[in-house]
Design a protein around this ligand. Structure first.
Ligand SMILES: Cc1cc2nc3c(=O)[nH]c(=O)nc-3n(C[C@H](O)[C@H](O)[C@H](O)COP(=O)(O)OP(=O)(O)OC[C@H]3O[C@@H](n4cnc5c(N)ncnc54)[C@H](O)[C@@H]3O)c2cc1C
Length: 375
């Protein structure tokens, strides 16, 4: 396995794993983990070296998210969203925008987040209703984004809107403290992914500067398909493969340590051995398929997007299946929350609803495989 994956696993042992239980119990953003991520400048993983970053790409993004999510799904998810936003600037930002943002991201001074989903369009976030209108020389953004992970903790938010001067969509980078922006602090109380700090973000006559539009007028949809899709979809695949691996490792260890009165261990029961074999197979397959799909994406293979979507579908199913079976092996101890399996099971359910949801993605994959237009 690559050195970056191993390095990030080591980093996660001391900077992610110790906080993850309280992140879940208190439903609090993993502040300490992100302080360490910033301090070590891992925020700049995919920032090109000329701007002071590490100059790495899709494969290392995937490996890092996988390593973080193997301890804490929330940290993996928030971090991967930061990278998705960063990559939009790297791929489409003007020289001026790159000079303004990329060195700061590389130095760990800025954290980014994605404000794409809206209530009116749900999982189809690529059809936003939020508008930007011209009034004299000024531009005003109005609307509401429904789920914004890392809300209040991120410094800048990528916002997808209808374009004011072209057909199609625009992708903006918006500072959190602009006049007219409010976050509807709802104390995010999700079933799982409880440290996400996901909340609605409202825009009321927010005066936006056109220099903060990423890329050409109307290029938002192109950015969604060329950048957001590969980095985000493989990122989700990595997050939920990480959840499956965490459950697998946890339950293997538990089955060896749980002893009966005759000193026999749980893992000596053949049915349990069968279940462990199934769990290991699913979790390992999810990890390797995710890494292989990322490699395919980095190589620019013709079927890379199909592999990435497929890896995400596989990882999403694997996470739920592995955690459910681990709950069974963990018995009452797992059910009573004395081991972390129930947290992982709760986290795993988000895999199927994160946009584009698995139901929507499987339709897209079926269309792509048969040469039909996706949308
Ligand atoms: C933990 C978490 C964190 C999130 N973080 C962010 C974030 O940072 N930024 C952001 O922009 N969004 C975020 N989201 C929002 C997410 O990406 C989705 O947009 C949101 O979950 C959609 O919810 P909804 O209730 O509107 O779904 P709906 O659109 O109402 O869908 C409900 C169900 O119907 C299915 N469905 C809908 N349309 C179709 C179709 N055409 N074909 C087949 N099935 C369909 C869906 O798959 C889903 O299962 C987050 C969500 C969660 C759960």
């Amino acid at each position: 396995m690559s050195s970056i994956y191993n390095k990030m696993l080591e980093f996660a042992k001391t900077n992610v794993a110790p906080y993850t239980q309280n992140v879940d119990i208190d439903a609090k953003f993993p502040v300490d983990s992100f302080e360490a991520i910033k301090k070590e400048k891992i925020t700049g993983l995919i920032v090109p070296k000329e701007f002071g970053g590490m100059g790495l790409g899709l494969e290392e993004h995937t490996q890092t998210v996988l390593a973080f999510a193997s301890s804490c799904a929330t940290t993996g998810l928030c971090y991967m969203m930061h990278n998705v936003a960063t990559m939009c600037i790297v791929a489409y930002g003007s020289d001026e925008m790159k000079k303004e943002f990329l060195p700061k991201i590389a130095q760990g001074e800025l954290l980014l987040a994605l404000a794409f989903s809206e209530t009116g369009t749900g999982t189809h976030f690529y059809n936003p209703e939020i508008s930007v209108k011209k009034a004299g020389e000024k531009l005003f953004m109005n609307g509401r984004k429904s789920f914004v992970t890392s809300a209040l903790y991120a410094d800048f938010y990528l916002v997808l809107s209808n374009s004011f001067d072209a057909q199609g969509l625009d992708n903006w980078i918006i500072a959190k403290d602009l006049n007219g922006i409010t976050f509807q602090e709802n104390n995010w109380d999700g079933l799982g992914m409880r440290g996400n700090a996901s909340m609605p973000m409202v825009f009321e006559d927010v005066n936006v500067d056109v220099k903060y539009r990423i890329g050409a007028a109307g290029s938002g949809a192109e950015q969604v398909f060329n950048v957001v899709a590969p980095f985000f979809v493989i990122g989700l695949s990595a997050v939920y493969s990480g959840v499956a691996l965490n459950a697998c490792n946890t339950i293997i260890e538990y089955s060896m340590n749980r002893k009966y009165s005759d000193d026999s261990a749980l893992c000596t029961i053949p049915t349990v051995q069968n279940h462990l074999a199934d769990i290991y197979t699913k979790a390992t397959a999810a990890k390797h398929f995710t890494l292989a799909a990322a490699k395919s994406g980095a190589n620019g293979d013709a079927d890379a997007l199909a592999q990435i979507i497929s890896a995400r579908l596989n990882a999403s199913e694997a996470a739920v299946a592995v955690c459910s079976k681990a709950m069974k092996i963990g018995g009452g101890t797992a059910y009573a929350k004395r081991i972390i399996i129930e947290r992982l099971l709760r986290d795993s359910y988000a895999a199927q609803v994160m946009a584009p949801s698995t139901d929507v993605l499987s339709i897209w994959l079926g269309k792509a495989l048969t040469n039909q237009p996706i949308l």
